[in-house]
Design a protein around this ligand. Structure first.
Ligand code: FE2
Length: 204
């Protein structure tokens, strides 16, 4: 079955002023669409291979474009119009199991943000920042992955695109301003849903 570009769960300007309409349109319609197209092309080519060598040659394209599709599909759902702008519930961490887990690990949401921003600001080149559940002890951790590598070692709860295409048109080279801004549009309700599923699953 072919991969398809998922619709955004909000309008292109829904995350303004924190992420501009221009970034969202390009990021969704051009960048994500390109990963979808290239993934489908790589899978079609894989289906037509007849030797292991031909299949091995397609691994990098499958990983890069498949990861790009998985990561962006998750990222769009991780975001919501901002509560501080009166547009939605983005940026609001309500009382509940996710908040309890964050407080248990970091002491406060502010400390999580600070550690996450410092860790992801240090990514060299392109990559992703994650808050994920460690499948061994079911606690939250901050993890980064390079390029379009999907998060496989943990269950992703919050993922943030740290590629320049995610922020450069608005924040130029100041990555930390993007990182500070994005917390205003993080969908903690979606994050909590994933968290509850992750910690209650018998098998991760
Ligand atoms: Fe991206």
């Amino acid at each position: 079955m072919s991969a398809t570009l998922p619709d955004l769960p909000y309008a292109y300007d829904g995350l303004e002023p924190y992420i501009s309409r221009q970034i969202m349109e390009l990021h969704h319609k051009k960048h994500h669409q390109t990963y979808v197209n290239a993934l489908n092309a790589a899978e079609a080519a894989y289906a037509n291979t007849s030797t292991p060598k031909e299949r091995i040659a397609l691994q990098a394209a499958l990983k890069f474009n498949g990861g790009g599709h998985i990561n962006h599909s998750l990222f769009w759902k991780n975001l919501a119009p901002s509560h501080s702008e009166g547009k939605g519930h983005g940026g609001v961490l309500k009382d509940g199991p996710l908040k309890e887990a964050i407080l248990a690990k970091w002491g406060s949401l502010e400390k999580l943000k600070k550690e996450f921003n410092a860790t992801t600001a240090g990514i060299q080149g392109s990559g992703w920042g994650w808050v994920g559940v460690n499948p061994v002890d079911k606690r939250l951790e901050i993890i980064t992955t390079a390029n379009q590598d999907p998060l496989l070692s943990h269950v992703p709860i919050i993922g943030v695109d740290i590629w320049e295409h995610a922020f450069y048109l608005q924040y130029l080279n100041v990555k930390v301003d993007y990182l500070n801004a994005i917390w205003n549009v993080i969908d903690f309700e979606e994050a909590e849903k994933r968290f509850v599923e992750a910690v209650s699953a018998a098998k991760l």
